[in-house]
Design a protein. Structure first.
Length: 326
């Protein structure tokens, strides 16, 4: 049986969500199984992210480096995203009717933290380009004090789109603020008018395209600048392996946004098909979480300063516990 989630119009500008057989949809399609990869990937990530963030913020040698401040900001945004996503998937899996305001807060927070992570990654690539392109002026161009201001600006920029969406939701939904059996961004966006959907779709496409162009531009120029230094001659050189690892990580961060853009483009006028819900859940529960699971382990292995700091922290704790036991 093919289930659909039908939206009924009330008046000319206000649309209310009429959700039929949502519980049966989740039971028959075993949507609660998506909770397993969500819990697993979130747990693996949250084992390392807080430790790595504290190491960067508590040790002056790391805190005074712009690249590590940007990394700490990305880890913080990822932790916030993972927490909100786990709560949303858990509520949907158990069939908990979520208050209207709580669902909106979760969706806004997810979009904001995801956008912050993507913008931070883009800025990390630009930071590397500036360090290689102008090594003598790098500290002057991007000192830690300026990096902190840029990070605050990133959060403001990332909040523009979700806050705008929240305002549109309030205008479209009006007084219809009933609790929702399922809290999904795809379902919420369906309640918007077609022009608003096109605007949201264009926003995501333009934002992702600009970030991609900046990253590709920086990587091409980095290669041109460093190709005469000999770091690319060996097939398994550190530069090649680092570039490969970062490229894969960037692709994993950007793919969910492209998938979401495709979801918006394929969003039907009168109903949300079960295939669309499946794609949205796979995106939320797997594609968005996998790069966040890989990020802390990648940077611990690739950056000697971070690895040594984490090792020092755990070695001190272990040494102190042994001394207290003796």
């Amino acid at each position: 049986m093919k289930f659909t989630i039908v939206f009924c119009s009330v008046g000319t500008t206000v649309r209310t969500i009429c959700v039929f057989i949502i519980k049966s949809f989740y039971q028959h399609r075993h949507m609660d199984l998506f909770l397993i990869p969500t819990v697993l990937l979130t747990s693996v990530t949250l084992l390392v992210n807080p430790v790595l963030s504290l190491c960067i913020l508590c040790f002056p040698t790391l805190r005074q480096e712009t690249r590590y401040l940007l990394l700490a900001n990305m880890l913080f945004a990822d932790m916030f995203f993972l927490t909100i996503n786990l709560a949303m998937v858990s509520c949907n899996s158990v069939g908990l009717h979520m208050p209207h305001s709580l669902c909106e807060f979760m969706m806004v927070s997810m979009v904001m933290t995801y956008s912050t992570s993507v913008l931070t990654i883009t800025l990390m690539v630009i930071d590397t380009y500036v360090a290689v392109r102008w090594p003598l002026r790098y500290k002057e161009i991007l000192p830690p004090s300026r990096a902190r201001k840029i990070i605050m600006s990133l959060w403001v920029m990332a909040a523009v789109c979700p806050v705008s969406l929240l305002v549109m939701f309030e205008v479209v939904m009006g007084s219809d603020k009933q609790s929702r059996p399922v809290c999904l961004m795809l379902i919420a966006l369906h309640s918007l008018e077609q022009k608003m959907k096109v605007g949201v779709h264009l926003y995501f496409i333009i934002a992702i395209s600009l970030c991609t162009v900046l990253i590709v531009y920086c990587y091409i120029h980095l290669y041109i600048i460093t190709k005469t230094s000999g770091i690319w001659r060996s097939r398994y050189s550190r530069a090649r392996m680092t570039l490969l690892a970062h490229t894969l990580l960037l692709m994993m961060y950007f793919v969910p946004a492209l998938v979401f853009a495709v979801e918006l483009a394929l969003l039907k006028e009168e109903s949300v098909d079960v295939v669309g819900v499946w794609i949205n859940l796979v995106n939320m529960c797997v594609l968005m979480l996998f790069p966040r699971c890989c990020t802390p382990y990648l940077y611990i292995l690739r950056y000697h300063e971070i690895y040594e700091t984490v090792q020092q922290v755990f070695w001190k704790k272990r040494h102190q516990s042994q001394r207290s036991a003796a």
